[in-house]
Design a binder for this molecule. Structure first.
Ligand SMILES: Nc1ncnc2c1ncn2[C@@H]1O[C@H](COP(=O)(O)OP(=O)(O)OP(=O)(O)O)[C@@H](O)[C@H]1O
Ligand SMILES: O=c1[nH]c(=O)c2[nH+]cn([C@@H]3O[C@H](COP(=O)(O)O)[C@@H](O)[C@H]3O)c2[nH]1
Ligand SMILES: NC(=O)CC[C@H](N)C(=O)O
Ligand SMILES: [Mg+2]
Length: 519
């Protein structure tokens, strides 16, 4: 078994908005990396065994009292270090440089100018001695650190790139990790591949080979149970685990009555018929409708749905002899976010449910083969495993499903109406080529009636709202500028074809201040 973790980069997070993007760029260079808080101890850092360390940006100023600092010996380990923004300022100070509040702050686009010879990090970065970069800083390095050369500046900031080639220490004031720095990805690639000497073994084929070997080793001859939703994460997890242990995997698909049109049949057909995976379908529609009857509060609805999922899971695992593992499609952003959530600093806007919020009595161990992967890596792995393209590139669908897309009380009748409207909407998006330009699209049922006229007769029926958003990380999102002609066609079809709807609206709210789902 090749060890794809033998080459890895450590990213120390000083609280930048972009730390996750640094990890994305490193992964795109086919190098494994992990994010850790800036105060990771020296012994832990040594034990991690990184081939390179990246220090992120951060909101504080290095000269503030109590500003986040690092283990001083970090620079003595002989491991290459790249400091970005705050990271460069820390490095500069450590080596006797001076950081001050800048007279001219820089936010947004700036033109970086090469100073002296570009050096290994900036290899190929400049064209005619210049390169567009993206800045976000109020401080700058005024006096150079000892033993370093200055390799770049801008009109406003005297020091924007520093290097000590002999010790493999580099710093940049700009943000190479954001898309607005056009050659930034190449710079990060140069750092991890050329300077740190990583060979780039983090490829889909290797990830699969490694995961399969690890699953086999962990699970042995035990049985594994997995909640399969038909969404990207649980589907890829199922395919991966099935490749590793075949029939020892038992998937449970819960039809909670809150799924999209024909979704249950599609999931069963794809997995059971085409892929030979054992899937038990639990028809629990009525149980969910009964449990939700009369409840209008969004948070209470989410809790009801989540709890019922767990109950059903428990029942199913009790039916299975020797089930020792519960597999989940947890991915890296889930891991990072729940680590953040544990600090308790964030407001609870809504309770996101993942089935398998394990109750103590469940006694199953967790198997999470995707917990190191980002969504797009999960998708690439899914493609490599031969999952249908449509399944891999589907928009995410929340666990509580239509339960959070029917405002207020959930009724079976409303679910039927919404399923039909949503299916038309999504079909039209596929046909017009918009689907893959949109991050997530769906219809929402509004339990209010308005007056209309159809075939000379008065109608008094419900309203459907259409939502389509563009986003990278689902934390912030903009509404999709759908062409009028497409909106017209979709609205026309929904009103004509779906009984119970006589009005369609398009949601033009961004997140924040709205959220993506309506509840
Ligand atoms: N109807 C369902 N039956 C069984 N398990 C489910 C169901 N809905 C959700 N789950 C479980 O909850 C987990 C979290 O759901 P989530 O929507 O985040 O992921 P997903 O459905 O696998 O992927 P995607 O984000 O693409 O929708 C799933 O991985 C799956 O294990
Ligand atoms: O698995 C999930 N369980 C949930 O309870 C849940 N609630 C929202 N979402 C999805 O998360 C993303 C952000 O949604 P919001 O802007 O509505 O919070 C969007 O992609 C939402 O679809 C969920 N996913
Ligand atoms: N983005 C950053 O890392 C900013 C660093 C520091 N707070 C500054 O304003 O210069
Ligand atoms: Mg889902």
């Amino acid at each position: 078994m090749s060890d794809i973790h033998s080459e890895k980069i450590l990213i120390l997070d000083f609280g930048s908005q972009y730390t996750q993007l640094i990890a994305r760029r490193v992964r795109e260079s086919h190098v494994y990396c992990e994010l850790h808080p800036y105060d990771m101890g020296l012994e832990e850092i040594k034990a991690f065994g990184a081939k390179g360390i990246i220090l992120s940006g951060g909101p504080k100023s290095v000269y503030d009292e109590g500003a986040p600092a690092i283990e001083e010996e970090l620079f003595e380990l002989g491991i290459p270090v790249l400091g970005i923004c705050y990271g460069m300022q820390l490095m500069s100070r450590h080596f006797g440089g001076e950081v001050i509040a800048a007279g001219k702050r820089e936010y947004g686009h700036a033109e970086l100018q090469s100073v002296g010879t570009p050096g290994p990090l900036f290899d190929g970065f400049f064209a005619d001695g210049k390169s567009p970069v993206w800045m976000s800083h109020g401080d700058h390095v005024e006096k150079m650190p000892e033993g370093f050369e200055m390799i770049a500046k801008t009109a406003n900031a005297p020091v924007c790139g520093i290097q000590n080639v002999a010790r493999n220490l580099y710093g940049v004031q700009f943000h190479p990790e954001v898309n607005h720095t056009p050659r930034g990805d190449a710079l990060i690639n140069t750092f991890v591949r050329k300077i740190c000497g990583c060979s780039g073994s983090w490829t889909p084929g290797q990830i699969i080979e490694d995961a399969v070997a690890r699953i086999k080793e962990q699970v042995g001859s035990d049985q594994v149970i997995l909640g399969l939703s038909g969404g990207v994460d649980s589907s890829v997890a199922a395919a991966l685990i099935h490749k590793a242990i075949g029939d020892q995997l038992h998937c449970v698909f819960v039809d909670n009555g809150l799924l999209r049109l024909d979704e249950g049949d599609q999931v069963m057909a794809t997995f059971a018929s085409n892929m030979g995976v054992k899937v038990t379908r639990v028809n629990a529609q009525q149980r969910f409708y009964d449990a939700l009857a009369g409840e209008t509060d969004p948070e209470k609805k989410r809790k009801i749905i989540g709890n019922l999922f767990v109950d059903i899971f428990e029942e199913e695992s009790n039916k299975l002899k020797d089930a020792k593992w519960l597999a989940q499609g947890t991915i890296y952003p889930d891991v990072i976010e729940s680590a953040g959530a544990k600090t308790g600093k964030a407001h609870n806007i809504k309770s996101h449910h993942n089935v398998g919020g394990l109750p103590d009595y469940m006694k199953l161990q967790l198997l999470e083969p995707l917990r190191e992967l980002f969504k797009d890596e999960v998708r690439t792995v899914g493609e490599e495993l031969g999952l249908p393209h449509q399944m891999v590139w589907r928009h995410p669908f929340p666990g509580p499903g239509l339960g959070v897309r029917i405002l207020g009380e959930v009724k079976e009748e409303y679910c039927e109406i919404l399923r039909r409207a949503d299916a038309i909407y999504i079909e039209e998006l596929y046909e017009s080529g918009h689907y893959h330009k949109i991050s997530q699209a769906f219809a929402v049922f509004l339990p209010v009636k308005s007056v209309g006229v159809m075939g000379d007769g008065r109608t008094y029926e419900y309203v459907v709202a259409l939502r389509a958003v563009e986003t990278k990380d689902f934390m912030t999102a903009g509404w999709y500028p759908m062409p009028y002609a497409d909106l017209a066609r979709i609205s026309n079809r929904i009103i004509n074809e779906v009984k119970g709807i006589n009005r369609v609206t398009y949601d033009i709210s961004s997140k924040p201040p709205a959220t993506i789902e309506w509840e």
